[in-house]
Every structure is written in structure tokens, then in C-alpha cells.
Design a protein around this ligand. Structure first.
Ligand code: NDP
Length: 280
């Protein structure tokens, strides 16, 4: 039987509506500082979406478009200024940054309670310690999509393909927290299919179009496709959608799955950051 398609756009709209409603009850609006360095077209598109979502939810958004050749010190100075500004509740520095800038250094400079992306070492460390603070938005998105169709993650075999610090590892940690038996696969994994075929829940975050084929997926599995690639001008995921939908139980589309949910979770994180702000 063909898979049920998980409508990430629809679930995301509901989350954004709920954020909007909660924001409308606040005296002061949560404000996001969005920092974009250079002219990477994909990054520009993502930042435009994030700005639009902020405004749609009634949040404030200050956008900083910085030149590609900005030096590291100037960027650190901006982050420090935003850290010290009590009117800014969340800071998002769009990745990737130009090669001459040390991304880890910049991420590390954002105060953990303003880190709406959840990428700072403190927030990632909190995940490892089961002491979650602000969780990476894409990882939250994956869990919410899984939970929209699966009411018991506990005891399930969950396989995450991809081990980046911003997607793969945080997703696996969240699944582990929910008592799944979590396996992480990566480019050096021998016989990927042996692992994926065993997954009740399969999350794929690689960036290789069509990597996961029908014969790699267990019948009835929940499959979450994080990947984004452009093939012949079309956006596609890591999962070979047409063949996998014949075997999976539930499957997210690309576009329209993890992408809109990540944006919604970012706004939810902004609201959380607003609530977590230290009392001055
Ligand atoms: P990275 O490039 O940082 O990580 C990719 C991971 O995939 C690495 O761990 C790599 O392994 C692994 N990998 C590469 N080739 C294979 C292979 N043949 N088999 C198994 N594993 C492999 O990417 P990100 O984690 O940042 O992003 C992953 C994808 O998700 C991208 O397409 C990105 O655009 C998309 N994305 C989508 C978001 C959304 O909102 N929808 C948000 C963030 C990302 P190794 O570590 O060994 O190199």
C-alpha cells in the first residue's frame, strides 16, 4: 500500500498560528536578529523566509546583511552587541559562513539563551546531558513530524543517516531521549542498506539526491527526508520519493516536509528564548 504523505506544510502552519496567538498576548514582541554574510543565493532565500515568518507571527526582526569579506572581529563585535541588547531575544547567524570565518568561533559567541538555532556548544552539550534548553530547529522538526504519525517512539529501531552537528547528531540524541534504539550512519558506514532496512523510523540528512531507494526501506517505516538537492532545477530530497512511497508507511515530501517545519520550530524557539531571557 502506498505511504501516507506527511504534510509538513500543514503542521507547520498550525505551529505558526499557535506562535502568533501566543505572541499576540505578550506586551513586548519577541525580536529576532537575523545575520546574513555574503550573497549565497540559497542563504538569502532561507533568510527571506525566516524574516517573513517572524513578521507573520507578529515578532520583530532586525536583519543584518553583511559583505562577504567582513572580517571575523567585526562579525564577533556585532554578535556581542546583539548579545548585550535586551531588546533582542534571538540571534541567528545564517550558515554557511565564508571560508575565512571560523564558524565554530561565531556560534560559540552567541549567548545560549539567545541561540534560537540551538547550535552553540552549550545547547548541543545540554542535549547530550538530557538537559535540553534550545534544541536545533531541524531536529525538533523531525521529531514533531515523526510524532504526528507515531505515538510511541520508545523501543523503535531508529536509524539516522548523516552525522552533522546541526542535524544528524541532534536528531539521534532526541530519538535516544525518547528511548528509541538509535543508530547513526555516515559516509564510512559499511552496507548502509543493512541498517536502513532495519529501521522502524528512518531519518535521512545527507544531501545526496535519491540516496535511499525502495529496497533500503522496511515495509511500513516512518521515513523523514531532511535532504535538499537541486536536480534539473527541481528541489528533491535524499529519498527516492516515487519508489520509497510504495513501501514506507509514512513519508515526508521534499519540498513541503522538513523545510517548513524547521521554519516553524525556529519561531517556536524564538518564543522560548523570549521566555527564557534572564530578568534584568
Ligand atoms: P552535512 O554535509 O554537514 O552532513 C552530511 C552527512 O551525510 C555527513 O555526516 C556525511 O558523512 C553523510 N553522508 C555523506 N554521504 C553519505 C553516504 N553516501 N551514505 C551515508 N551518509 C553519507 O549536511 P547537513 O547535516 O548540514 O545537511 C544534510 C542535508 O539536509 C543537506 O541536504 C541540507 O541541505 C539539508 N538540510 C535541510 C534542512 C531543512 O530545513 N529541510 C535543514 C538543514 C539541512 P560523514 O560525516 O562521514 O562525512
Amino acid at each position: 500500500m502506498p505511504a501516507n504523505i506527511i504534510d509538513g506544510k500543514d503542521i507547520a502552519e498550525k505551529i505558526l498560528d499557535s506562535v502568533k496567538e501566543r505572541v499576540s498576548k505578550l506586551k513586548e514582541k519577541p525580536k529576532l536578529a537575523l545575520v546574513l554574510v555574503g550573497n549565497n543565493p540559497a542563504s538569502e532565500v532561507y533568510v527571506n523566509f525566516k524574516e517573513k515568518d517572524c513578521l507573520k507571527c507578529g515578532c520583530g526582526c532586525d536583519r543584518y546583511n553583511l559583505p562577504e569579506d567582513i572580517d571575523e572581529i567585526a562579525l564577533l563585535d556585532l554578535v556581542t552587541k546583539l548579545n548585550n541588547d535586551p531588546g533582542v531575544h534571538g540571534i541567528l547567524v545564517q550558515l554557511p559562513l565564508p571560508k575565512h570565518i571560523n564558524e565554530n568561533l561565531i556560534m560559540d559567541s552567541i549567548l545560549p539563551h539567545k541561540d534560537v538555532d540551538g547550535f552553540t556548544p552549550v545547547n548541543l552539550g545540554n542535549l547530550v546531558n538530557d538537559n535540553n534548553f534550545l534544541e536545533p530547529a531541524t531536529a525538533r522538526a523531525c521529531i514533531a513530524l515523526i510524532e504526528s504519525v507515531e505515538n510511541k517512539i520508545e523501543g523503535k529501531n531508529a536509524v539516522v543517516v548523516g552525522r552533522s552537528s546541526i542535524v544528524g547528531k541532534p536528531v539521534a540524541l532526541l530519538l535516544l531521549q525518547k528511548n528509541a534504539t538509535a543508530t547513526i550512519c555516515h559516509s564510512k558506514t559499511k552496507n548502509l542498506k543493512e541498517h536502513t532496512k532495519n529501521a522502524d523510523i528512518l531519518v535521512v540528512a545527507v544531501g545526496k539526491a535519491g540516496l535511499i531507494k525502495r529496497d533500503m526501506v522496511k515495509e511500513g517505516a516512518v521515513v523523514i527526508d531532511v535532504g535538499i538537492s537541486r536536480v534539473n532545477g527541481k528541489i528533491v530530497g535524499d529519498v527516492d520519493f516515487d519508489s520509497v512511497k510504495e513501501v514506507a508507511g509514512f513519508l515526508t515530501p521534499v519540498p513541503g516536509g522538513v523545510g517548513p517545519m524547521t521554519r516553524a520550530m525556529l519561531l517556536d524557539n524564538l518564543l522560548m528564548a523570549y521566555r527564557l531571557k534572564p530578568k534584568m
